[in-house]
Design a protein around this ligand. Sequence first.
Ligand SMILES: [Zn+2]
Ligand SMILES: [Zn+2]
Length: 79
Amino acid sequence: MMWTLLSIFIPNGIGIILYFILRDPLPQVCPKCGVTVRSKGAFCPACGAALANTCPACHRAVEPGWSHCTSCGAELKHA
Ligand SMILES: [Zn+2]
Ligand SMILES: [Zn+2]
């Protein structure tokens, strides 16, 4: 009886956990105003602060290791 219940609930529990992990990716927190940003935008919707590295020319999100923007080809300056 016990094992039957466990075998029913454990897979469901994992499924629910996976559902929430897959459905709700880690939200970003704005470093300036502290608002939680769920979308994958590069800027905070509340205060406009940059949430990710962005290209100075086209303002698209770029990754830290990039030396050039993949959208417009502009050279990226690193701090
Ligand atoms: Zn903000
Ligand atoms: Zn660019």
